[in-house]
Ligand binder design. Structure first.
Ligand SMILES: Nc1ncnc2c1ncn2[C@@H]1O[C@H](COP(=O)(O)OP(=O)(O)O)[C@@H](O)[C@H]1O
Ligand SMILES: O=C(OP(=O)(O)O)[C@H](O)COP(=O)(O)O
Length: 407
C-alpha cells in the first residue's frame, strides 16, 4: 500500500482541505469538551501547511446524531486557535453558500474550521470511495481546493464522504498524525512480541465485537480483557443475570441482538475475560457486587476484576487499551481504568493506548516514555488496524497515489 505523505506531495501556496478528527469527549451536563488531546495532535500538520503558505480549511466530525456529544465545533475552534497560536476562523456551515463564500475569499496562510461535517446527512452513509467521489459534499467543496490532506487516523475505519471521497478528485496526502500512526503501529505489529493483551471497554459495542471477532479469527490476541458495555454483553451471553435495568441499558444501546454473536465467540473458546465483579450504582450509592449477584446499575468493573486483569497485564509484551472500563465522566467510576492504565505503564511491555476516553486519563501519569508507549489518536481505527483490517481512508489515499503515478 502506498500512503503519500506531506514529503511526497508538497503543498505550497494552495488551498488545502484537511480532514482532521477532533471528536472529543463532552460533558453531558455542561456541553463542554472534557479533553483536547485530539485537537493538540493536529497542530503540527496545520502549522506545517500554514508555514508553506497554504490556506487551510479544516473539516471534522463530532459525535453521532442522537447522542449528547453531537455538537458544533465552536469550542473546538477556540482551543485550536489557542494551541496553534494563530487565528482560526470558525465557519458555522459545512458546504452551504456561507462556507463556500468564506473558502473562496480566504487568504493564503490563514485557517478556517468548518462545522461538524455530520450535520450533512450524506456524511453518515458508508459507501465506497468511488461512490463518495460523486457525493454532493465532494462535488460542492472540491472545486474550491487544489489539494486534500487526511490527518484523521482516528476516523480512518469509516468509509464516509469527507474521509474517502476527496482523494479520488484532488491531489492528496496523509497528514503528519496519520503518517506517524501508521508507521508506529506497523513497527509494533511483530508476531514475536507475545503475549499480546487487549483491554477493551467503552460504549461502542458493535465496533468492539467486530474487533474481537477479528482478533480471535486471526489469533492476534492472547487475551482480551473486557470492561464497559461490551463486558456486560459478554456477561449476558455467558448466561449471567445482570438484572432488568442493565438489560435495559443494553437494549437502549441497541445491542441485545449481538448476544448470539458474543455467545458464539465464548463457545468457540475465544480468550475473552469477563469481569467477576462490578461497581454499581444503587439509590445514589456506589457498591461492589459479584457478577452473578448484580442488583444495581453497572458503572464500572470491580476491584477483584482489576486485580485479575492486572496479573495478565504484568506478563504482557504488548498491551493495547481502548475504551474505559467504566463511566469515567463520573469520578466515582474512574478508578479501575486508571489503575489498569497505571499498571500497563509500569509494565515492561509496549503499551498502545487509543480512544479519546482512555487518553483523557493519561493526564496524571507524568512523563510518557515514547519508546515504550504509543498514544494513538485512534480507538476503533487503531484496533481494526492492529486486527489487520483494511482502513477505507488509507485505501482511498492509496488509490489516489496510484492514480497520480499513472498520470
Ligand atoms: N458500564 C457502562 N455503562 C454505560 N456506559 C459506559 C460503561 N462503561 C463505559 N461507558 C461509557 O463508554 C463511553 C466511552 O466509550 P467509547 O466512546 O467507546 O470510548 P473511546 O472514546 O475512548 O473510544 C463513556 O462515555 C463511558 O461513560
Ligand atoms: O472517536 C472516534 O472513534 P473511537 O471512539 O473508536 O476512538 C472517531 O472519531 C470515530 O468516531 P465514530 O465512531 O463516531 O465514527
Amino acid at each position: 500500500m502506498v500512503i503519500p505523505t506531506l514529503d511526497d506531495v508538497n503543498f505550497t501556496n494552495s488551498k488545502v482541505l484537511v480532514r482532521i478528527d477532533i471528536n472529543s469527549p463532552v460533558d453531558s451536563k455542561s456541553g463542554k469538551l472534557l479533553d483536547d488531546s485530539r485537537i493538540r495532535a493536529h497542530v503540527e500538520t496545520v502549522k506545517e501547511l500554514v508555514e508553506k503558505g497554504n490556506g487551510v480549511v479544516l473539516v471534522s466530525h463530532q459525535g453521532r446524531p442522537g447522542d449528547s456529544d453531537f455538537i458544533d465545533l465552536e469550542e473546538h475552534s477556540r482551543l485550536l486557535q489557542k494551541h496553534l497560536d494563530m487565528e482560526v476562523e470558525f465557519v458555522g456551515d459545512v458546504m452551504g453558500p456561507y462556507a463556500r463564500e468564506k473558502i473562496k475569499n480566504m487568504k493564503l496562510g490563514s485557517v478556517i474550521l468548518l462545522d461538524n461535517v455530520r450535520f450533512v446527512s450524506e456524511e453518515l452513509i458508508e459507501a465506497s470511495p468511488l461512490q463518495h467521489a460523486k457525493s454532493y459534499l465532494v462535488r460542492r467543496l472540491s472545486p474550491l481546493f487544489q489539494g486534500y490532506v487526511n490527518d484523521a487516523f482516528a476516523a480512518s475505519h469509516r468509509s464516509q464522504a469527507s474521509l474517502v471521497g476527496f482523494p479520488l478528485v484532488l491531489k492528496s496526502s496523509a497528514g503528519r498524525v496519520m503518517e506517524r500512526e501508521v508507521s508506529a503501529l506497523a513497527k509494533v505489529f511483530n508476531p514475536e512480541d507475545s503475549p499480546k493483551i487487549f483491554i477493551m471497554g467503552g460504549g461502542k459495542v458493535l465496533d468492539s465485537l467486530r474487533i474481537i471477532e477479528n482478533l480471535v479469527k486471526r489469533r492476534l490476541a492472547d487475551r482480551i480483557l473486557t470492561g464497559g458495555l461490551i463486558a456486560e454483553l459478554f456477561a449476558v451471553a455467558k448466561g449471567l443475570d445482570l438484572g432488568k435495568e442493565n438489560l435495559q441499558v443494553l437494549e437502549k444501546a441497541g445491542v441485545l441482538g449481538l448476544i448470539s454473536r458474543a455467545r458464539k465467540l465464548l463457545l468457540s473458546g475465544a480468550p475473552v475475560e469477563i469481569p467477576v465483579d462490578f461497581k454499581v450504582e444503587k439509590g445514589g450509592q456506589v457498591h461492589e457486587e459479584p457478577a452473578n449477584k448484580v442488583t444495581g446499575i453497572i458503572k464500572d468493573v470491580g476491584s477483584t476484576t482489576v486485580n485479575i486483569y492486572s496479573s495478565f497485564v504484568r506478563d504482557a509484551k504488548v498491551i493495547v487499551m481502548r475504551g474505559p472500563m467504566g463511566v469515567i465522566e463520573d469520578e466515582r467510576f474512574r478508578e479501575s481504568s486508571r489503575a489498569l492504565l497505571k499498571n500497563a505503564l509500569e509494565n515492561q511491555g509496549y503499551v498502545i493506548i487509543g480512544g479519546g476516553h482512555m487518553i483523557s486519563l493519561l493526564g496524571g501519569e507524568g512523563q510518557i516514555d515514547k519508546s515504550k508507549v504509543h498514544v494513538s489518536t485512534g480507538g476503533g481505527a487503531l484496533l481494526l488496524f492492529l486486527a489487520g483490517e483494511k482502513l477505507p481512508a488509507l485505501e482511498a489515499l492509496d488509490m489516489s497515489a496510484k492514480e497520480a503515478m499513472k498520470a
